[in-house]
Design a protein around this ligand. Structure first.
Ligand code: HSE
Length: 427
């Protein structure tokens, strides 16, 4: 008998209870053990619950789980950094294995928690923390056995991908698409973490730590969300044959490391551009295996519950080898990656456009330009992320501009096909 203590009984927790009950015999066959949820930590003991849950196992005292010597595996599904960090630490110190879906706590202290698990000879597995139902952590651990990973990137947030899909397909503006995302249950009451890119930043930091072999935290990721993208921009992207996505990427070699989350323009025919609604994709480049892409549902009760239960089975079967997060030295250098950027500015006056162009000329940049009555659109060539961030600051156009990196392989595509629509080329 394996006894599970569940911390949290929200959507995913409820999914885990259902899967453990419905797939009982398959799980017993896989593990040769009976798996039982013996306690569940909840905030409110009186609340109406999924009928599959036996109310007798509910508790509002974390110690009933963390300090119970009979509990073998603690499944942490409460999210956030605290008290989750304290609970996970106490569970590992008390000799329990941990399964967690909590990207916030992992991107905060990946090294500390994985080292603590190693020290106590226990497992900490977290397949559900990145890209929900897509098995990505386990395949990545396999890949790094002898592949050197140069780049890892993907659409890692379902809510923003749903919002952008609706803006593109149905011509909604950002606010309307956000309302719809709330209505169908993707966006949270407070959607900040999703729309500002923080959720995707946490996920790319976890993937990077495993892929590159050094500790990458949330703070290491240069992060920008999708709130500035307007229906005007979406129309413009369509004319260029491009699709906008919120992409998390991380790049590393022995000298350089860079991680970011930002809106990226992709060729409409590319694989990533066709990942729609709440789906996620992760793309990995290994030196031996080449490019791999993992696609699937990035959130939701069953996909995420599936990842949690798979981790529980792996723990029971002893498949929880520690990851060596300090197998490489973290490069101190951030590479100056030059890209092409779409920049749109809604003008406050016609006069302003001269001032903006004069300022941009000081940067000695090449660009193509479309001047409108009320807007200015530029395709800036060979500018780094740091430079364009500075430019936006200096021009004081933050609330009325939108900028997005054009994926390098797709820039030649717009150059060939669509740049005749630009009325000025400045070189
Ligand atoms: N809010 C997240 C998303 C949930 O939209 O992808 C899954 O991590």
């Amino acid at each position: 008998m394996v006894k599970i203590g569940l911390l949290g009984l929200g959507t995913v927790g409820s999914g885990v209870c259902e899967i453990l009950s419905e797939k009982k015999s398959a799980i017993e066959e896989q593990t040769k053990k009976t798996v039982e949820i013996s306690k569940i930590l909840v905030n409110d003991l009186e609340k109406n619950r999924n009928p599959i849950v036996d109310r007798k196992v509910l508790t509002d005292n974390p110690s009933d789980i963390l300090d119970d010597p009979d509990i073998d595996i603690v499944v942490e599904l409460i999210g956030g950094i605290e008290p989750a960090h304290t609970y996970i630490t106490r569970a590992l110190e008390n000799g329990k294995h941990v399964v967690t879906a909590n990207k916030a706590v992992l991107s905060h202290d990946f090294l500390g928690l994985t080292n603590l698990a190693k020290k106590n000879n226990r497992g900490i597995l977290f397949e559900a923390s990145v890209a929900g139902g897509i098995p990505i952590i386990k395949p990545l651990k396999e890949l790094i056995k002898f592949n050197k990973i140069k780049e890892i990137k993907g659409i890692l947030n379902g809510t923003t991908n749903f919002i952008l899909s609706k803006m593109i397909e149905e011509g909604l503006d950002f606010k309307e698409a956000l309302v719809l995302a709330r209505k169908v249950g993707f966006a949270e009451a407070d959607p900040t973490d999703d729309i500002e890119g923080y959720d995707a930043a946490r996920k790319i930091s976890i993937l990077s730590s495993i892929a590159f072999g050094y500790n990458v935290t949330f703070e290491d990721v240069d992060c920008r969300g999708i709130t500035s993208i307007s229906a005007f921009d979406i129309d413009f992207f369509k004319k260029l044959g491009l699709t906008i996505k919120l992409v998390g990427s991380a790049y590393s070699n022995d000298l350089d490391f860079d991680a970011s989350v930002e809106p990226v323009l992709l060729n409409t025919n590319s694989i990533m551009a066709n990942v729609n609604d709440a789906f996620n994709i992760v793309s990995i480049d290994g030196d031996v295996v080449g490019n791999l892409q993992f696609y699937g549902q990035g959130a939701g009760k069953n996909p995420t519950g599936n990842a949690v239960v798979t981790d529980i089975i792996d723990i029971i079967n002893g498949e929880f080898n520690p990851i060596d997060i300090e197998r490489r030295r973290k490069p101190s250098n951030t590479p100056k990656i030059l890209s092409n950027y779409y920049l749109r500015i809604f003008l406050e006056s016609q006069k302003e456009s001269d001032f903006i162009l004069k300022t941009i000329n000081k940067y000695k940049l090449k660009y193509r330009l479309v001047k409108g009555e009320e807007s200015l659109v530029l395709i800036l060539q060979n500018i780094s992320r740091q430079e364009i961030n500075n430019l936006i600051e200096n021009l004081e156009i933050k609330g009325r501009s939108c900028y997005a990196r054009i994926n390098s392989e797709d820039y030649c595509f717009i150059q060939e096909l669509n740049l005749e629509s630009f009325n000025e080329l400045v070189v």
